[in-house]
Design a protein around this ligand. Structure first.
Ligand code: NAI
Ligand code: MG
Length: 493
């Protein structure tokens, strides 16, 4: 196995200035997976300065999009060449089942290829003429890289979340500093190795591993950063926004959710059960867009809950590297405790626990938890309203469309939502009225690099992926020229 006790700064592998080390665990065994370099403000400063120099004096922002695309495609290929190995590393660091990690790594490579295409497109389209009413002037609007970007990412899709920020930032011509989560830092360091081998110029991508307060906070506060992109919890997002407010950094935030799934009684119960299961149990429910609040129309309510229970009982739990496992351990002791507390709270609040909520039999070690189903969940309860970020689904019945919509929109979050019905005009009508950035009809969770991703309300600011993700890393400049021979006429008449 590679070692992870150095940071990647200015194209070099360097020990942290203060020599710090932290440990990342394998959540299936709770054992040490690797000692990892613990960056502090001193290292972050070096990384930002390297990115600053690469941006201000280096070739990257001035290269054609086509030339940047060549490097991005080499990164994509470098990831694909090591897909199996990287997926296994992701499983060992995060706990997720291997087939899901293989998707993640495939999507990670695909994301670099997608933004390589968009980098090429920029060449023909980064300048557009602006028609001015005053014909003495001519003007163009020009897209330019925003500068040095800082990216702080979470642990639920470690390498994919890195790609969602690194690929568009590099495509745009930005230079950057990436801070992965301390719970899953390994694949971000592998990305640095791959980018280095792909010929990315020194300083364009810097990776600093470390704890949130020690490495993330100094990055958010650093005056050398022009743009901050963050994915994670609402409280940390709020802290980052406050740090960014000091010197008016451009920010984008992708935060939590409590996403509703409305199931009308005309739905096929098997299809509903499959999408609900996937919507809340894939990746152990540690998904920002997880459909964690399920609203089921009265006639289908009891039959659906019974079928859901039968399927939840069958879910195979275990080490994500084992064949056939659908539910791995949660990522950490902290996350495990948080989810167990939420389950205890739900029971106290009067929700009916239909299934799960316990450590599965036969597991003494590892952060394993049964898939958990709560029904008849009170609408004003904590578990109905707050993000649990684990394999816990909350279900309530509804009678009519108006009630379903009101209840679905009654949340401080607005990341995702889903609606299921055979009546497509109704599903489309509801999709337009849901206050969420992502709405799925007759499915839940499938995510595409081409389509915009982000939240309404407290779920965030800005959109990632697609062309919207590229725009996150671009500034718009007008260049306006005076073409007339005549004086402007302020004092010369
Ligand atoms: P977090 O939001 O604290 O961590 C995300 C990233 O922010 C990590 O890289 C962390 O090191 C960094 N960070 C932490 N404190 C920071 C600070 N003061 N300044 C700058 N960076 C900082 O999330 P955490 O603690 O890992 O998980 C807590 C909860 O957050 C979860 O239970 C879940 O509810 C939510 N969450 C939501 C995610 C999403 O995709 N929307 C992803 C991960 C967690
Ligand atoms: Mg780990």
């Amino acid at each position: 196995m590679n070692t992870y006790d150095q940071l990647y700064i200015n194209g070099q592998w360097v020990a942290p200035v203060k020599g710090g080390i932290f440990e990342t665990l394998d959540p299936s065994s709770e054992e040490l997976l690797a000692p990892v370099a613990a960056a502090t403000a001193e290292d972050v400063d070096l990384a930002v300065k390297a990115a600053r120099q690469a941006f201000d004096d280096g070739p990257w922002p001035l290269m054609s999009g086509a030339a940047r695309a060549v490097v991005l495609r080499r990164i994509a290929q470098g990831i694909r060449d090591r897909q199996q190995e990287l997926a296994e590393l992701e499983v060992r660091d995060n706990g997720k089942p291997l087939p899901e990690a293989l998707w993640d790594i495939g999507d990670t490579a695909g994301c670099f290829d997608f933004y390589a295409d968009l980098a090429e497109d920029l060449d023909g389209h980064s300048e557009q003429p602006v028609a001015l009413a005053d014909e003495r002037f001519s003007s163009v609007a020009r897209k330019e890289p925003v500068g040095v970007a800082g990216a702080i990412i979470p642990w639920n899709f470690p390498m994919l979340m890195a790609a969602w920020k690194v690929a568009p930032a590099l495509a745009a011509g930005c230079c950057m500093v990436l801070k992965p989560s301390e719970l899953t830092p390994l694949t971000a360091l592998e990305l640095a190795r791959i980018a280095d081998k792909a010929g990315l110029p020194a300083g364009v991508l810097n990776v600093v591993t470390g704890l949130g307060p020690d490495a993330g906070a100094p990055l958010a506060e650093h005056p050398g950063i022009d743009k901050l992109a963050f994915t994670g919890s609402v409280p940390t997002g709020s802290r980052i926004m406050q740090a960014a407010a000091k010197d008016i950094k451009n920010i984008s935030l992708e935060l939590g959710g409590k996403s509703p799934f409305i199931v009308f009684a005309d739905s096929d119960v098997e299809a509903a059960v499959e999408w609900i299961m996937f919507g809340i149990f894939w990746n152990q429910g540690q998904v920002c867009s997880a459909t964690s609040r399920v609203l089921v129309q009265r006639d289908l309510y009891e039959p659906l809950i019974q079928r859901l229970k039968q399927e939840a009982e069958k879910i195979s739990i275990g080490n994500g590297l084992e064949e056939g496992v659908l539910l791995g351990p949660l990522v950490s002791q902290g996350q495990y405790d948080k989810v167990r507390e939420a389950i205890a709270r739900g029971s106290k609040e009067g929700a009916k626990r239909v299934y799960g909520g316990e450590r599965p039999a036969g597991f003494d070690k590892g952060f394993y938890l049964q898939p958990t189903i709560f029904a008849d969940v009170p609408e004003d309860s904590w578990i109905w309203n707050e993000e649990i970020f684990g394999p816990v689904v909350c279900i309530r019945p509804f009678d009519d469309e108006a009630e379903a919509l009101r209840s679905a929109n009654n949340s401080r979050f607005g990341l995702a939502a889903a609606v299921m019905s055979k009546d497509l005009p109704r599903a489309e009508r509801i999709a337009r009225k849901l206050r969420a950035g992502i709405v799925w009809i007759n499915c839940s969770q499938p995510t595409f690099t081409e389509a915009p991703w982000g939240g309404y309300k407290q779920s965030g600011i800005g959109r990632e992926l697609g062309e919207w993700g590229l725009n996150n890393y671009l500034e718009t400049k007008q260049i306006t020229r005076y073409d007339s021979e005549q004086p402007w006429g302020w004092y010369i008449k």
